[in-house]
Design a protein around this ligand. Structure first.
Ligand code: C2E
Ligand code: MG
Ligand code: MG
Length: 631
């Protein structure tokens, strides 16, 4: 610890020297002697930290020398902790001035003003060489103890202050560093977000951002337009002038789109030479005009890397109807369909989507139109698939399955046309026809029942039971020879009403089968309250039986459930001998599937019915026409 003494009297320096002289007794030597005599105590291996301070004195005879000493000490980074300064030091500067100059150099040093009589009041000196908590006074003549005590107290404080200041400085530096890192992270994050949502070539939003914007917009009210824009002959530019030129053209067109789109609209680069536009519009006509205007701005000759390039684009446009539900994927798909049409049309045009462009919609319309005339045209027919009992493979009934063989498109699967008929009233007409035909065929069979599929809509039709009963009676058929196949959907949507309908049907003697069992959301548990005769296990479970544990487990539990409730269980889609054996072991009462017979035409069904047993199922070859190969 360094101490500076500034005094013009040599005698004073002597008394300072005496004050700070080392203690007469050398405790270190004593300790060494003790250690030698008694051995070194392990616990004492770490001596207590030495609180006594070693002072190094610097002696200055004049104020200016003192100031110079402080300056040098600071320069060599060995500053003084304390300076003792005499007040009167002729002929040089006095103590007040010395203190003032030293303070200017070193804000941390503790100053002790040593004075015989007060030339200046302490306040005056403190004012000049403050702060007050770093200026102290000692009166001459002083006691040795007074000086040393003061020196060590101040030295301690000085050291503490210094350490504190150092710690603060490191902390401040760390805070700055952390802040910098924070800024950097935030910048990285926003850069990453930007990159994920923007196209690097044009800086425009990309497909992801477009989809997101579209999804958000679709949730708000008001009409809006989605346009897909594709540059015409872009490939030619790429191929003849190179990719750099292509890139340049993309950027140019992107700029034009961005400046031409209606205010609040969005331009995104979806990829390649394709852009997406999204903007609000009062209607289709207005949107089409906007697109025409934008198209015009994109059309013409552009300078690209010194070459003249003919720019042009095609637009596919879709405008939402007020109040329509908007699926973003579907909107983009439709705009794309319109774009395809525009390109086919010869490019450079705007095409507004219309439903004729949609293959799905077109097909639907065609099916709807065709179905309504199918009966009249004689395009419908029924095929029959035997349902056999477990042991002797006795044929106990046939499921009637509808076939539609169109003149235009060939055969169309009931899985395709039944759902479409379901959505219109056509299902009733079809259903009535199926029932009528099925009842007719019963006369040809010795005793088997016919199992007729009813869609949920038919089942919920007003007066369903009464109509059915009337039809069956008029045909002179015993209801016990008619099985009604319904699905879980038909009954669980309005369970109370369904339970009532089923009860009535059962009372009249009809058989009831729950079709595709296991695929719906039932509820093995509340199946009890419905009057049923049997469950038909969906063929997906039979199919999975040999492969997946779950399927086998489901098949087993359905069979158990059937037993417990006194219901028959028909396994659908039995295709192999192995499945037959497994189902027999599991206790399944009835089976149906290609292994026994494919659905067959009426004449073949009669033969099977009369033979009564499916003796050699594998040899049966007379399948329904137009059903392809089988095995
Ligand atoms: P569904 O009632 O579950 O009929 C069983 C379907 O499985 C039939 O298909 C049948 O040909 C097929 N199938 C039978 N055994 C096997 C087999 O071993 N393996 C395979 N892979 N398939 C087999 P289809 O005739 O195409 O009928 C499909 C669905 O159309 C029927 O499913 C039924 O829901 C509906 N459907 C058919 N005819 C009518 C009808 O007249 N009215 C109503 N409402 N729906 C009908
Ligand atoms: Mg069925
Ligand atoms: Mg089924």
């Amino acid at each position: 610890m360094r101490i500076l003494i500034v005094d013009d009297e040599p005698a004073m320096h002597d008394s300072y020297r005496r004050s700070f002289a080392p203690a007469a007794v050398d405790t270190g030597a004593l300790e060494a002697m003790a250690a030698e005599l008694f051995g070194k105590d392990d616990d004492a291996a770490d001596p207590a930290p030495d609180t006594t301070i070693d002072f190094t004195l610097t002696h200055a005879m004049q104020g200016l020398d003192g100031v110079a000493a402080v300056e040098a000490a600071l320069a060599s980074d060995e500053p003084y902790a304390v300076a003792f300064i005499d007040v009167r030091m002729p002929p040089g500067i006095d103590g007040k001035e010395t203190a003032t100059r030293i303070r200017k150099l070193d804000p941390n040093i503790n100053l002790v003003i040593v004075t015989g009589y007060s030339d200046f009041s302490p306040i005056e000196i403190a004012k000049a060489a403050g702060p007050a908590d770093k200026i102290f006074y000692i009166a001459k003549p002083f006691e040795v103890a007074e000086v040393t005590q003061m020196a060590s107290a101040l030295a301690h404080r000085w050291r503490g202050d210094r350490e504190l200041a150092e710690a603060r400085a490191t902390l401040a530096a760390q805070v700055v560093q952390l802040q910098e890192q924070g800024h950097e992270l935030a910048a990285n994050e926003s850069r990453a977000i930007h990159m994920a949502n923007h196209d690097s070539l044009t800086e425009a939003p990309n497909r992801l951002a477009f989809r997101r914007a579209l999804t958000d917009r679709a949730q708000l009210s008001g009409q809006f337009a989605v346009a897909m824009v594709d540059l015409d002959r872009f490939k030619l530019v790429n191929d003849t002038l190179g990719h750099l030129a292509g890139d340049e053209l993309i950027r140019t067109i992107c700029d034009i789109l961005q400046t031409s789109i209606p205010a609040g609209g969005l331009v995104a680069r979806l990829g390649g030479d394709e852009f997406g536009l999204l903007f609000d519009t009062p209607g289709a006509e207005a949107a089409e005009m906007e697109c025409q205007r934008i198209l015009k701005a994109c059309t013409g000759t552009f300078k690209v890397l010194g070459n003249s390039v003919q720019g042009g684009a095609s637009f596919g446009l879709i405008v939402t109807e007020p109040g329509e539900t908007r699926d973003p994927t579907d909107l983009m798909r439709r705009a794309d369909l319109a774009l395809n049409d525009a390109k086919r049309e010869g490019r450079g045009v705007v095409r507004l989507f219309d439903e004729g462009m949609d293959e799905n919609i077109r097909l639907r319309r065609a099916i709807e139109g065709g179905l309504s005339q199918a009966i009249a045209k004689g395009e419908l027919s029924l095929v029959y698939q035997p349902i056999v009992a477990r042991e002797e493979l006795e044929v106990i009934g046939f499921e009637a399955l509808l076939r539609w063989n169109t003149n235009e498109h060939g055969p169309i699967s009931p899985a395709v046309f039944i759902p479409i008929a379901e959505e219109t009233n056509l299902i009733h007409e079809l259903g009535d026809w199926v029932l009528g035909e099925s009842l007719k065929v019963l006369a040809e069979w010795p005793g088997q029942y016919v199992s007729v599929n009813f869609s949920p809509r038919q089942f919920r039709r007003h007066n369903f039971v009464a109509r059915l009963v009337e039809t069956v009676q008029r045909a002179g058929i015993d209801p016990r020879r008619v099985q009604i196949e319904i699905t879980e959907t038909a009954i669980f949507d309005d369970a109370d009403r369904a339970a009532d309908t089923l009860y009535k049907l059962r009372q009249m003697g009809f058989r009831i089968a729950l079709d595709d069992f296991g695929t719906g959301y039932s509820s093995l548990y509340n199946i009890r309250k419905f009057a049923l005769d049997c469950l038909k296990i969906d063929r997906s479970f039979i199919d999975g039986m040999g492969r997946e544990r779950e399927s086998a487990a489901i098949v087993h539990s359905i069979i158990h459930l059937g037993h417990a409730l006194g219901l028959g269980v028909i396994a659908e889609g039995v295709e192999t001998e192995a499945q037959l054996q497994a189902l027999r072991v599991a206790g399944c009462s009835h089976m149906q599937g290609y292994f026994f017979s494919r659905p067959v035409v009426q004449d073949r069904a009669r033969e099977i019915a009369q033979a009564r047993y499916m003796l050699d199922p594998a040899a049966d070859d007379a399948v329904e026409p137009g059903n392809g190969t089988h095995g």
